[in-house]
Design a protein around this ligand. Structure first.
Ligand code: ADP
Ligand code: ASP
Ligand code: MG
Length: 412
């Protein structure tokens, strides 16, 4: 008998019929003799609908009250799933995050889980019940409802699996595993049988929204066996593993992309020590996170151009701050472009291979795609390109690095 945590995402619980199917799958797992904890998301589109409602009342809505609102989506699905299980004669009980003591910090809308008290869940499991827990939500030390950021139900599932010492955490979604890239962009993307935690973490950080970053971090840290599977079809899915020797080492495991960034440039800044700090200081004081940074000294060696990227939601604010700083510094101009994307190659195989960057740049150049920024780390290379090139860049690299599926092997 194993203890299994199963998480079903928004599409998987998107209608009453789909909730019935989830109930069947859960029942099937209990019939195999396993104990099951189920974590569910809100029905697809529900969190967006709630966000839209909030923004119609207050375009700046956020913080505590937004969490009170957003957490209701998941509360609907836990109750419906528990009812569907009851109808099938399966003892089940639904709980909100607070009811199973998912204690978080107080950073509303992006809270982090600090601690989970698994005692109540364990008691139910021992009494033969299926436990259905609302994803994406917790409670802070003052009893306020918190939410964990978009996609946060993944993290609830992994954190529960860690707290309960589960044998496996299964993430059921609308694709049958982790692919070499988002199959919505590249139909020739291939499902990976395995991917390392390290690579998955990079993929998630660089924009692949198939798993929330925090979920992968948790799974890596607490050694939770994690698998991504389809709710709609049978199959082995993708196992997230530690780097195993016998693992066939592909050079590149996947391609991630992020459309959420925007680029800002200040040109003709007097090239003096402390300039970077003076440019980025006010940005970080405004709580705006900076991702990529490039600084170039102009040919005259007197001035420098400074470029960086921020989240697209912060673009207007960052631009305004930068204009003020530029004036203080006596810079020549401030330019901005929100229509950019970051495309990244990820693979642990990069460590032992030189020349990947050159190959990447050559492939992009052959398609006439101009690279605006570059950044690298041990297992990834990212480039910023115009948004209009997103699909072309992803497909070009997918093919150039031999990731395309064989005919008949692609997405069903
Ligand atoms: P859920 O609602 O089940 O949490 P998500 O929409 O959050 O589902 O995540 C699944 C989606 O992630 C897929 O439909 C797919 O378009 C997208 N995705 C992005 N990158 C990848 C990838 N590398 N492999 C698989 N899916 C990916
Ligand atoms: N319902 C939340 C969202 O849409 C959390 C999740 O689905 O994981 O982001
Ligand atoms: Mg998700």
């Amino acid at each position: 008998m194993a203890l299994i945590v199963q998480k079903y995402g928004g599409t998987s619980v998107g209608s009453p019929e789909r909730i019935e199917r989830v109930a069947e799958k859960v029942l099937e797992t209990t019939r195999q003799g396993h104990q099951v904890v189920v974590v569910v998301s809100a029905m697809s589109g529900e969190t967006d609908r709630l966000l839209d409602l909030a923004h119609r009342i207050d375009p700046q809505a956020g913080g505590r009250e937004l969490d009170v609102l957003l957490s209701t989506g998941e509360q609907v699905t836990i109750a419906l799933l528990a009812m569907a299980l009851h109808r099938r004669g399966c003892p089940a009980v639904s709980y909100t995050g607070a009811q199973v003591h998912i204690l978080t910090d107080s950073a509303h809308n992006k809270a982090r889980i600090r601690e989970i008290d698994g005692a109540r869940v364990r008691r139910d499991l021992e009494a033969g019940r299926v436990v259905v827990v609302a994803g994406f939500q917790g409670v802070d030390e003052h009893g306020n409802i918190t939410t964990l950021g978009r996609g946060g139900s993944d993290t609830t599932a992994v954190a529960l699996a860690a707290a309960l010492g589960a044998d496996e955490c299964q993430i059921y979604t609308d694709v049958d595993g982790v692919y070499t890239t988002d199959p919505r962009i590249e139909p020739r993307a291939r499902r990976l049988d395995r991917i390392t935690f390290e690579e998955m973490l990079e993929m998630a950080s660089l924009g692949s929204k198939v798993l929330q970053i925090r979920a992968v971090e948790f799974a890596g840290k607490y050694d939770v066996p994690l698998r991504v599977l389809s709710s709609f079809e049978e199959g082995p899915g993708t196992l997230i593993t530690y780097e195993a020797d016998q693992m066939e080492q592909a050079l590149i495991s996947g391609i991630a992309f992020n459309r959420d960034e925007a680029q800002l440039t200040v040109t003709g800044v007097p090239d003096q020590p402390g300039v970077a700090a003076r440019i980025l200081g006010p940005i970080s004081d405004a709580n705006i996170e900076v991702d990529m940074i490039v600084q170039n000294v102009a040919a005259d060696r007197q001035t420098t151009d400074f470029t960086f990227t921020v989240h697209r939601n912060d673009y207007e604010r960052a631009l305004e701050i930068l204009r003020r700083t530029a004036e203080e510094l006596g810079a020549r101009s401030v330019e901005g472009d929100p229509a950019i994307v970051k495309v990244s190659l990820v693979g642990v195989g990069m460590r032992s291979h030189a020349g990947i960057a050159a190959e990447m740049f050559r492939a992009l150049a052959e398609e006439g795609i101009n690279i605006r920024m570059i950044s690298t780390s041990e297992i990834k290379i990212s480039v910023v390109v115009d948004e209009k090139y997103l699909e072309l860049a992803v497909r070009t690299l997918h093919q150039a690095f031999g990731l395309d599926a064989e005919p008949g092997e692609g997405v069903a």
